[in-house]
Structures are given as structure tokens and as C-alpha cells.
Design a protein around this ligand. Structure first.
Ligand code: ACM
Ligand code: ZN
Length: 735
């Protein structure tokens, strides 16, 4: 009897202790204090709000009254109060045991206060109760965005709305829709009905099949057509829905490139030099400007956004070189080249858009040939475009491919749906800092925020889109909202575990935290010690490991922090639970070529140098991504010579290559090894041919090996024959 009582008391003490100690608000507020006690929601909890904020109060009421466990009657109140002294989007929130008070200057601030309550509601350990807190909060950056590419794949209005619901909970305030591209035009334009009648539907369901099979369009209504578009009413509906959630919708209408679908419907807008398909408008043709202005007039009427995005990226300028109209335009306007021709087009559009009281927004290519006076820039090819634009006093939104492109893999590609390539795990998003260190302090004010982009070539369903967006956008929300000093990855991981319930409640698919163990080896070449560290997306997992190549079990060592290795070792590590089968592993190998000089007869790719000349003999291998700083890339054959610095006896040369064909990374056709004692006369030691299919679309690795009878050698010449695209190698092991 007594024992049971003690046990129950302990459970209760534990229960309330947890509920009172910890709240999980994402993004982390600027100021948060958790008090003892709870506020309870009852069916008759009173909501008081100024008229224009009543929809916000109603939203909180709807959520907090839906729980079956909500108690019937009590005496609690939620009061929304206007406070003109606060800044735009700022709010204060005071939760005490009987009252919740939210104060804000504007609608967005009031909504953010409400969203913090919604988060407390879904992440609370005690049904119908939330912890008493004081929050004072405002965003670090005014622009916090997500771009969804609805051209490469079309998503229904209902999905856009459910996305808006959840983005708003994380205080994201801009949804950029990439409405037009070669894969389909997605917005009804009254003046140009052929855009949707002829170019909003395609021959194949997925972008990949369509791309491989002629990229054809089909008429609206064709029973074999795939695609769709937003009617003007749909657009208004989305805009109004988003506005209620304090989200601005930015329309993007691409020009002068990425416009194959327009030119399929209106071929007269292409250069006269073009035969067949093209993605570029003719800039020499005034009809192009009439078209763009007519389209943008309707777009501006539908979308109140201060930013109107005109694309501007990746235009191929070759047709313009051969087009009489484009060349005449260059001559008549004293333009230097085709870069300035593109700039001419953007400047003309900028004048038009600013004349309508809006800002032109474009990808960073709009810097080429000179930036239009009022243009705003989205920096996607790294941060340099953003830095350059900020230095010219133009507002900038950072969206660099390396940290903001959500079309990349987020976990081991071997277990993921096919993606375009690359690797962007949650932690890398979380650690992004939008203010570049290289940007002068007085120019940092021009960086207005950051945005994640989901391009959807490989994202054929809405469930898949949500999976790519969540939880990475939740990590980005803390990047753009919170104080960088308050960011803490371990704390974020812990908070996130509580937010999965919220995503589930909103029926949003998301990527579960990986059970992979990231193993990193930091080798000190002088002392020949490797420091081994493990990392994981799980919150505080138990990681078992071995260093002898055997698979870890629950009887193996438990990781308790970094440890040292001083000899060749295969380290295997695993979080052992029901979902995990294969352990992760790395080979640390102080082999005979370790830390020896490497001479490149053909240089490595400038874009993928890894750690330069030390990479191939630094004692360890790369991970799952060629962007991890261990994989060296070549767009040519590879031809290097390793100098062992003394004659040694060797019997094996081995090298690991990667294949991931989405981004064009292929196995070499073969590798070949020659050895020499004097660096002049070489003996051929053999060749190892590729055996991996070049059409296999998953991520693959292959060890190429040349074995030989024990041979005296000082110099080792290693050649690998390029098959196609890139070849990536991480280490040449000599034994
Ligand atoms: C882009 O990724 N082409 C902006
Ligand atoms: Zn032309």
C-alpha cells in the first residue's frame, strides 16, 4: 500500500516538474522566463480582443477547445491588447494561472503571440494546460521565407493553405511561389489564355519522365494531361488566407529565361534565330515587354506583395547573339554585350514595377550587366551576389544553395526518396548565419533575411514536398527570428522532439530524425592521432561503437565523448533500436601514403577541391556527400603521382569513388596504377574496371583496387578514366 503511494507521488512530482521546467518554443524567443504554475483552458475560457484581432482569438479558441480532455468550466481569460509602443511584429506574452495577456502593436505581433500559445498548447505535457511564462519577442530579420516551386510540380490550393497554417506557427512571413517555368505555367492570365490552355499541362506525370520524354505540353482538358494552374480566384483565396496568417505571398514570373512554356504557347516572343525549343524571350522584340507588362499588371492586381519576383536566373544568352532584333537592341542602346542586354530587360521591368509602387525582386544574375536602380536581390549562387548587392545599397535576401536549398537530401541518400543531389541535413540549416562575415558592418542592414527554396523536379507529391520542408524550415525559423547568441543545437533538438506532435496534429508530413551516426575523424598528421567524434540527429541517443570492424551491439562500448585512435581502425557506431539495422562506419588508416606529397598532372575541379592536395592521403574517407570537404571532384581524367619519400614495399593501391547520377557524378571507367623507384621509369601494375551500372539512380560507392606482388616503389602514379560528368574520390590507400 505504502509503496504504491510513494510510486504515484514520484510520478506526479516528476510529471509536474517536467511541465513546469521546460517549454519548447521555436523559434527561440528573444526573452523567455518560465514561472511555476499553469494556465488551464476550459470550454468557457473567455477571449477578449480588439475587433480586427478577433479572428486571431478565434483561432486560438478553436485549437484549445478541440481537445476531448478540455475541462468544461473554469475561470480563465485570454486578453489581446494593443500597445503602440511595441515595434512591428513584436509581442509580449504573459501567462499566469488565470490570465493570458498578449500585447502587440500590429496584427502580425498579435498573431505571433497567439502562435506561441498554440505551440505551448501542442507541446505541453499536461492536457489543457500550458506553463506560466513571460515572453518578450520580436524577429531578428524582417524577411523570413520559403519558396515553393509549383511549376515543376503543381500542388493544390488545399496544400498551399495547410503549408501556410504551419509556416505561420513558426513565424515565417513570406511564401514565394515560383509560378512559371518550362515545366508549366501556373496562373490564370486573362489576357493570355493560351498560357494555361496550352502550357499548364504536360505529357508525363513526373518532371523526370517528362524531361526524359520530349518535354511536351498538352491542352487543358486532354485526358492524358498532367498539371494544373491557379485561377485568379484561387490566387486571391491564397493571398487572403495567407494574410490572415501574417504571410505575404510573393509571385514569381520568370523572365528572360526559364520560359519554354510561354514560348510554346506564344512562339513569336522567341528570337528569330531559334529553331525548336527555347527558354529565352527575345529582348529585341517589343512584344516581349508588352507581354511581360500585361502579365505583371494582372499579377500585381492579384498579389499585394511589395516584392514582385521576375526570376532573371540562368538565361542562356546564345540565341541573343544570333538574333537580328536582339543585336539591333544592343546597338541602338549602346550596350556592350548580352549581359548588358539582359540588364536592359531587367531595368525596363524594374521601371515598370516601381511605377506600380512595388519592388522588383530577382535572382542574383540580375547583377550581371548592372543592377537596376530599385531592384532587390535573392542571393542563391552562394552569398557573393548578396554581398555585392548590399555593397551597392540594395536590399538582399539570402538563399544560398549550400544551406537553403531544400531540394537536397537531408539524410543518407540510400534510404531517401530520389532528390536532385547534394546534402543538407537539419543541423547545417540550423547553423546557417545570414549575415556574411565578409560584409562590412554598415552594409549588413541591407540583408533583410533569408529564405529556403524547394525546387520540385524530384518532388511529385504534396506529402513529399512537406517531407522536404519539415523540419528543415523549423530550423531556419530560428536562424531568421532568434538572437544568434541564444541558438543552441542540442536545445533545438530537444525542443523539436516536442514539436512532432504539432506537425502530426496539422497532418503535415515531415522527415523523422535520422538514426544515423555521423562519425568524424580529425587527424593530427604530426602526432598521427585521430580524434573521433560522433554526432546524431537524435536527442541524446545512446551510441554503441567498436573500433575493430565488428558490428556494435548493446554489449559494445557506449560513446561518452571524443576519443583517440592511433592505428588503422574501422570504427563502427550505431544507435541500436528497432528502426536501425546497419551501423555507420569509417576507416581511419595511417597507410603508406598517409600525409605524403601528391602531384597533380591534371588539376582537380576548382569547384570541388576538398582539402586540396592533402585530401587524397589524409588518412580517412569521405561521408555520404561530395560536399563534406573530403571528396575531391574531377571533370577530367585524374592523373596524380604520390611520392612515398623513400622506397617502400607495397602490395595494394585502393581508392573509393562515389556515384550519384542526379547531379552527374559517375564512377570512373577504370583506374590504373603504375609504380616507380626513381620517378622516371614506371612499371604498369594493372587496372581495375568499373562494374557499377551508370543508370543506377541511388547513391553508390565502389572501392577500386589494384593488387600486386610485394613491389619496391617510391612513386605511385594513379590514373582514373572519366566516364561522364564528374568523378569524386576521397582517399588513395597504399599498403
Ligand atoms: C535558381 O536556383 N535557379 C534560382
Ligand atoms: Zn532576339
Amino acid at each position: 500500500m505504502k509503496k504504491i503511494f510513494v510510486a504515484i507521488s514520484l510520478i506526479l512530482v516528476g510529471y509536474f516538474a517536467v511541465a513546469q521546467k521546460q517549454v519548447s518554443i521555436i523559434p527561440e524567443p528573444q526573452f523567455l522566463k518560465v514561472h511555476t504554475g499553469n494556465f488551464t483552458f476550459y470550454k468557457n475560457t473567455l477571449f477578449i480582443a480588439p475587433t480586427s484581432w478577433k479572428p486571431i482569438a478565434k483561432y486560438v479558441q478553436q485549437i484549445t477547445s478541440t481537445s476531448i480532455s478540455t475541462l468544461q468550466k473554469g475561470n480563465t481569460r485570454i486578453i489581446f491588447k494593443e500597445n503602440k509602443k511595441l515595434a512591428a511584429s513584436e509581442y509580449t506574452l504573459e501567462v499566469s494561472s488565470n490570465n493570458i495577456t498578449i500585447a502587440a502593436k500590429d496584427y502580425a505581433g498579435a498573431l505571433y503571440g497567439a502562435q506561441t500559445i498554440v505551440q505551448l498548447w501542442y507541446t505541453s505535457n499536461t492536457p489543457s494546460r500550458i506553463a506560466c511564462v513571460t515572453v518578450k519577442d520580436k524577429p531578428r530579420f524582417e524577411y523570413r521565407g520559403l519558396m515553393l516551386d509549383v511549376s515543376r510540380n503543381f500542388y493544390p490550393v488545399s496544400f498551399i493553405k495547410s503549408l501556410i497554417d504551419v509556416l505561420s506557427i513558426y513565424k515565417i512571413n513570406n511564401l514565394h511561389l515560383h509560378l512559371t517555368d518550362g515545366a508549366g505555367w501556373r496562373l490564370e492570365i486573362k489576357k493570355y489564355p493560351l498560357l494555361t490552355r496550352q502550357a499548364a499541362f504536360r505529357t508525363h506525370k513526373t518532371w523526370k519522365e517528362w524531361w526524359k520524354n520530349g518535354m511536351g505540353y498538352l491542352q487543358e482538358g486532354d485526358p492524358l494531361a498532367y498539371g494544373g494552374y491557379y485561377t485568379q480566384n484561387d490566387a486571391k483565396d491564397i493571398v487572403a488566407y495567407a494574410k490572415a496568417k501574417a504571410i505575404n505571398v510573393i509571385p514569381e514570373i520568370e523572365m528572360p529565361g526559364h520560359s519554354d512554356e510561354v514560348l510554346a504557347a506564344y512562339p513569336n516572343l522567341a528570337c528569330d534565330s531559334v529553331k525548336g525549343r527555347t527558354g529565352e524571350f527575345c529582348i529585341g522584340n517589343d512584344s516581349t515587354f508588352t507581354f511581360m507588362q500585361d502579365v505583371l499588371t494582372e499579377v500585381i492586381g492579384l498579389f499585394p506583395s511589395k516584392y514582385i519576383h521576375i526570376g532573371g536566373d540562368e538565361a542562356a544568352k546564345g540565341h541573343w547573339k544570333k538574333c537580328t532584333k536582339c543585336q539591333k537592341r544592343i546597338k541602338d542602346n549602346n550596350l556592350k554585350d548580352e549581359d548588358e542586354l539582359q540588364s536592359y530587360a531587367i531595368k525596363r521591368m524594374e521601371k515598370f514595377i516601381s511605377g506600380k509602387g512595388r519592388y522588383l525582386l530577382g535572382w542574383d544574375e540580375i547583377l550581371e550587366g548592372g543592377l537596376a536602380p530599385g531592384a532587390r536581390v535573392m542571393s542563391w549562387r552562394g552569398e557573393q551576389g548578396g554581398i555585392d548587392a548590399a555593397r551597392q545599397n540594395h536590399d538582399v535576401i539570402m538563399t544560398p544553395g549550400g544551406t537553403c536549398y531544400f531540394d537536397k537530401y537531408q539524410q543518407n541518400p540510400a534510404g531517401e526518396p530520389e532528390a536532385i543531389g547534394g546534402f543538407l541535413p537539419l543541423q547545417k540549416v540550423y547553423e546557417y548565419e545570414p549575415l556574411p562575415a565578409a560584409l562590412e558592418k554598415d552594409k549588413q542592414q541591407y540583408v533583410k533575411g533569408a529564405q529556403a527554396n524547394l525546387w520540385t523536379e524530384y518532388v511529385p507529391t504534396q506529402e513529399h514536398a512537406a517531407y522536404m520542408i519539415f523540419p528543415r524550415i523549423i530550423a531556419l525559423s530560428e536562424v531568421v527570428w532568434s538572437n544568434p547568441a541564444a541558438k543552441n543545437w542540442a536545445q533545438f533538438q530537444e525542443k523539436l522532439t516536442a514539436h512532432y506532435t504539432l506537425l502530426q496534429a496539422f497532418n503535415i508530413n515531415y522527415c523523422r530524425p535520422s538514426n544515423r551516426v555521423d562519425i568524424s575523424a580529425n587527424i593530427d598528421t604530426a602526432t598521427r592521432f585521430a580524434t573521433i567524434r560522433f554526432n546524431s540527429e537524435q536527442f541524446k541517443p545512446t551510441i554503441y561503437y567498436t573500433t575493430d570492424g565488428t558490428n556494435p551491439t548493446t554489449a559494445s562500448k557506449v560513446y561518452a565523448g571524443a576519443f583517440l585512435i592511433d592505428a588503422k581502425a574501422t570504427i563502427k557506431a550505431a544507435i541500436i533500436n528497432a528502426k536501425k539495422s546497419a551501423p555507420d562506419s569509417i576507416l581511419v588508416n595511417f597507410h603508406k601514403a598517409f600525409n605524403k606529397p601528391v602531384t597533380y598532372n591534371i588539376p582537380f575541379s576548382k569547384g570541388y577541391p576538398a582539402a586540396g592536395a592533402s585530401t587524397l592521403v589524409n588518412g580517412y574517407r569521405g561521408s555520404l556527400t561530395y560536399q563534406d570537404g573530403q571528396w575531391q571532384g574531377f571533370t577530367t581524367n585524374m592523373d596524380v603521382v604520390i611520392d612515398l619519400q623513400k622506397v617502400d614495399t607495397i602490395h595494394l593501391v585502393q581508392a573509393n569513388f562515389m556515384q550519384i547520377i542526379g547531379p552527374g557524378v559517375y564512377m570512373p571507367k577504370y583506374i590504373e596504377v603504375q609504380t616507380s623507384v626513381d620517378g622516371v621509369n614506371y612499371t604498369n601494375q594493372g587496372r581495375d574496371n568499373n562494374t557499377v551500372s551508370s543508370t543506377e539512380s541511388s547513391l553508390l560507392f565502389k572501392d577500386f583496387k589494384v593488387q600486386m606482388n610485394p613491389t619496391a616503389a617510391r612513386y605511385i602514379k594513379f590514373v582514373s578514366k572519366l566516364q561522364s560528368g564528374f568523378q569524386f574520390i576521397d582517399e588513395i590507400i597504399v599498403e
